[in-house]
Ligand binder design. Structure first.
Ligand code: PLP
Length: 383
């Protein structure tokens, strides 16, 4: 029997990604293909670089997107800058710093980790003394930790890394396009992200930018990168003047990301960040009005990924199932040490909207048998 055309259910994506996709991005994806060596396509790449510089807050010459999801950006950072014996210092306070550690372990790196409970972040003094003590070659931290909802300030980490000559790597998967990243201001050497979170394109590309120092290290590297596909030296030749073939670029994804970035540019980062902050504050007001609390301290909360704590004895799976089946809303739960304790609510990019915040709070009032959330959120919007 022939299969029907696939019709996905209508969903409101308020989990940790993917987020909602603007119709303009879907429309861009319907454009006909051109070849990956067509001069017209190189213009798409060049526009993408320029727009990525804007959202990363950088003038870095090397600002591109590699094929793959956010993990491809992470792996590109590891395989190009970590070799057997490289000393790597990791700020370990969530799931994604663990993933980075595992990638470094597979490279044969010597790894030092500064552990913190999930949801906490590092003070300037903690960051500085750890880096000074370890004197690493590479320092890694997660700017926006999606497993906990915590924001790590980059300033002290980047400063201390620079003081000991180390490269600093920032995972910006859940911050890029939703909260300030400011690569140049902080002096971050390698920053990567994904496209399905605050940029609100489908998953499939990993933006990455390298400082002049990181680029010089990349170009001066004598050993070959263990990954051929994510070898940034080879990919650089395709993006650069020679446009030498490396792989068949996912053309449609570049159409999508270029359009998603154009939307960021048109809105301006300033207004976009203010929108994310306001929707986050309204959501938190609603959560607190229901007598619930947030997992992360107010000053360290992400605007993009919210982690309300569930009431004792509440089955998070049952709540999420009801949200999905009765309201068409996707949110996810916690994992690792936070399994069963929190919800993970993404208000990222096109998902960061007043109407979605109010709808979710109203649905949570029903699922949790509480009230006052919508009224409290409305009062934030009315101020
Ligand atoms: C902070 C962070 N880093 C890395 C990743 C990996 O990205 P992906 O799942 O797109 O491979 C994610 C995904 O959620 C993330 O939140």
């Amino acid at each position: 029997m022939p299969l029907e055309v696939y019709q996905p259910p209508h969903r409101i994506l308020l989990g940790p990604g993917p987020s909602m996709v603007d119709p303009r991005v879907y429309q861009a994806m319907a454009s006909p293909l051109v070849g990956h060596t067509d001069p017209a396509f190189f213009e798409v790449l060049s526009d993408t670089s320029e727009l990525l510089r804007y959202v990363f807050g950088t003038r870095n010459e090397f600002t591109i997107a590699v094929p793959g999801t956010g993990s491809a950006g992470m792996e590109a950072a590891v395989v190009n800058f970590v070799e057997q014996g490289t000393k790597v210092a990791v700020f370990a306070n969530g799931f994604f710093s663990d993933r980075f550690t595992e990638m470094c372990r597979r490279q044969g790196a010597s790894i030092a980790r500064l552990e913190k409970p999930w949801g906490e972040v590092y003070s300037d003094e903690e960051a500085e003394s750890f880096i000074a003590k370890e004197s690493p070659d590479v320092v890694m931290f997660v700017h926006a930790e999606t497993s906990t909802g915590a924001l790590q300030s980059p300033a002290a980490i980047a400063r201390a890394a620079r003081a000991c000559g180390a490269l600093v790597v920032a995972d910006c998967v859940t911050s890029l396009g939703g909260m300030p990243v400011e690569v140049d201001r902080h002096g971050i050497d390698i920053a990567y992200s994904g496209t399905q979170k605050c940029l609100s394109a489908p998953p499939g590309l990993a933006p990455i930018t390298l400082s002049a120092k990181a680029l010089a290290e990349l170009r001066g590297r004598e050993s070959s990168c263990v990954s051929w596909y994510l070898d940034l030296k080879l990919i650089d030749e395709y993006w650069g003047k020679s446009h030498r073939y490396h792989h068949t670029t996912p053309i449609t994804m570049f159409y999508a990301v270029r359009e998603a970035l154009r939307l960021c540019r048109q809105e301006t980062l300033e207004i976009r960040f203010a929108r994310h902050r306001l929707n986050h504050l309204a959501f938190v007001a609603g959560i607190e009005a229901m007598g619930l609390s947030m997992h992360v301290r107010p000053e360290h909360r992400l605007w993009t990924l919210n982690t309300p704590r569930l009431p004792a004895g509440c089955d998070d799976g049952a709540v999420r199932k009801r949200l999905l089946e009765e309201f068409g809303i996707e949110v996810l739960g916690g994992f690792g040490p936070l399994a069963g304790e929190i919800l993970r609510v993404g208000l990222m990019g096109a998902s960061s909207q007043r109407s979605y915040v109010l709808l979710l709070l109203s649905a949570l009032e029903t699922c949790l048998g509480r009230d006052g959330a919508v009224r409290a959120a409305e009062s934030v919007y009315c101020h």
